[in-house]
Design a protein around this ligand. Structure first.
Ligand SMILES: [Zn+2]
Ligand SMILES: [Zn+2]
Length: 581
């Protein structure tokens, strides 16, 4: 009697069970095969995750597999899913789903895996608006398959055409493909010898002959899953490349510290490529703007006018979600920031400046001019569209946010960062009306995220367009990176701050949010394993805690122990490497 272990497609359960294999089904059952089984009286889908296992009880009492549905992930991706479930402290089912075709695939004979690549990791800094088609083409493996993962689906089209002209067989896997198209691509990928182009889910494509992996925009938040488990496409790609001995190339405008930890300091192109890979960048120092004008500066008016006169679209960006009141020095206009982590600070009851992010406090003295008086800025965002409309009475000025269905045809658009994702067609100017809201956000990845946003703007305008950055921190590393087209500035700052705080990649970090009994139980167990925990503190109806350790595996092992019993007590979301903490 053959016995196999089946992982039912029930994330809340996250446990595997043994079943017997009826003789009639035996030829079709392999590791990865998708089957139907009975579980507590219900018929559920599941994956065969191991064959010929030793039964824990009486084998004749095991239920048989009810049905073979079709092919599933190859054995190596089952192993990768198991690793990912540890790496992001989530159910393995989430990853098995990502690695499976949406519809049934009946051809049941996948080719054997072939190792074809040479293991190596390269980290490359590449300016945002520079053409990267050649860069990608050069890194495609001569034999075997290559996975290309990119956060920016808007540029798949031109890359696809380029690679096809070069004679590659390219499969595109996008989130918005139909289930039938995704299934077809999944099935064809199993034949190997192809190039797969897609978003983060492309890392789970079942090519049998992986030889190279290229991750573009490697630090972009879009490569990380928002809901738990918060897995990152770059990190899964890196692990898969390592296991397959495939060459890994990580490309970013400013490669992240995580990329650096995987492959060392970034290589850079020549200065001319760097310089020409950015649009024209203009920095407006808001400290010098005449009082009463707010964010509607003369420089902004000139830049919008220039764009409109050329018949090109101008996009003015302002993030309104979670906008904080900013304290600025009454004498010199510099914002009050934390010396330790760079976030905005606020006055506490004892009239000291306190950082809500890292907890540091200091006397209320301006670090730039030693002034001791501060004023609170009220951004007045509602009047912004009207103010712009008044500046340009003959031009249509429209407002775009997540609620606006269709992006209007207007030449001037005002909106949140969603605009950059949604506007089709060329853009002449991207203006960040108040970049400090991004630079000073109380999050450890604030600088990285601000730069990613600026880079996205740069990609949208292209090298012939313009970027306008309005800030009270013109010397900030993010602003200087864009202005000088120099990818070495930001990592210096990031390394110092993250090391000081023990944040990734210099330590492990996880956020726990859930109902009180579950969070309390998890926190108690984590503390017993020697993990630092901040909290729990109330967040709305729930509790929130932050767990940190000096190295990531220690934290992950502790979470693997603490997670399941705590989850049995109620809802608990664990976000490893939380992007917005
Ligand atoms: Zn000052
Ligand atoms: Zn701080």
């Amino acid at each position: 009697l053959r016995i196999c272990r089946v992982q039912p497609d029930v994330p809340a359960l996250d446990k595997a069970f043994d079943y017997s294999i009826p003789d009639a089904l035996a030829p079709a059952v392999r590791v990865g095969t998708i089957v139907r089984v009975s579980l507590h009286g219900r018929r559920v889908r599941g994956w065969v995750i191991a064959l010929d296992v030793a039964a824990s009880g009486d084998p004749s009492k095991l239920l048989p597999i009810a049905k073979v549905v079709g092919s599933g992930p190859p054995a190596e991706l089952i192993d990768l899913a198991t690793w990912a479930s540890w790496r992001w402290a989530g159910p393995v089912v989430s990853f098995l789903r990502a690695a499976s075709p949406p519809n049934a695939v009946r051809d049941l004979a996948p080719p054997a895996s072939l190792a074809t690549g040479s293991p190596a990791v390269r980290v490359l800094a590449w300016p945002p608006a520079a053409d990267r088609r050649e860069l990608v083409a050069q890194r495609i493996a001569p034999r075997g398959s290559t996975l290309i993962v990119s956060a920016d689906g808007a540029r798949f089209g031109s890359l696809l055409r380029h690679l096809e002209r070069e004679g590659h067989r390219v499969l595109v896997i996008r989130a918005d493909c139909s289930a039938a198209d995704k299934t077809r691509a999944w099935s064809r990928a199993r034949e190997g010898n192809c190039v797969v182009l897609g978003g983060r889910s492309a890392v789970w494509t079942p090519v049998p002959d992986l030889a190279a992996v290229i991750v573009l925009d490697e630090g972009d938040e879009a490569l990380q899953e928002e809901s738990a488990p918060t897995w990152n496409g770059r990190d899964v790609a890196a692990e898969r490349a390592r296991r397959n001995g495939a060459e890994l190339t990580l490309v970013g405008v400013v490669p992240s510290l995580e990329a650096e930890a995987l492959g060392g300091r970034a290589e850079r192109p020549d200065r001319s490529t760097e310089r020409h890979g950015w649009p024209g960048v203009e920095v407006v120092d808001l400290r010098e703007a005449p009082p009463g004008r707010g964010l509607l500066t003369d420089e902004l008016a000139r830049a919008v006018r220039r764009s409109v006169d050329a018949g090109e679209r101008a996009v003015c960006m302002l993030n309104r979600k979670g906008r904080a009141r900013l304290l600025v020095c009454a004498a010199c206009g510099s914002p009050a920031t934390c010396e330790r982590c760079g976030a905005a600070v606020a006055e506490d009851e004892e009239r000291r400046l306190a950082c809500a992010h890292c907890g540091m406090t200091r006397p209320p003295v301006c670090v730039s001019c030693h002034g001791a008086r501060f004023k609170a800025l009220r951004p007045g965002v509602r009047k912004l569209r009207d103010g712009l409309a008044a500046m340009f009475p003959k031009v249509e000025v429209a407002h775009v946010d997540a609620e606006v269905g269709e992006v209007p045809e207007a030449l001037v658009l005002v909106g949140t960062e969603a605009v950059l994702h949604r506007v089709q067609g060329p853009i002449g100017l991207v203006a960040f009306l108040d970049l400090d809201q991004e630079l000073l956000a109380p999050r450890y990845r604030a600088s990285e995220q601000a730069l990613a946003l600026v880079a996205r703007g740069a990609r949208r305008t292209g090298t012939n367009g313009r970027l306008l950055l309005q800030t009270r921190l013109p010397e900030h590393a993010v602003v200087q990176t864009a202005l000088r087209a120099d990818p070495s500035i930001l990592p210096e700052l990031e390394r110092r701050q993250r090391r000081e705080l023990g944040y990734p990649p210099f330590g492990g970090l996880a956020e726990l949010v859930g109902v009180a009994p579950a969070v309390d139980a998890a926190v108690e167990q984590l503390r017993a394993s020697g993990i630092d925990v901040l909290g729990p503190a109330p967040r709305g109806e729930r509790l929130q805690a932050l767990a940190r350790s000096d190295d990531l595996p220690t934290l992950l092992d502790a979470l693997a122990d603490a997670g399941p019993p705590a989850r049995a007590l109620g809802r608990l979301r664990i976000a490893v490497d939380p992007p917005r903490v």
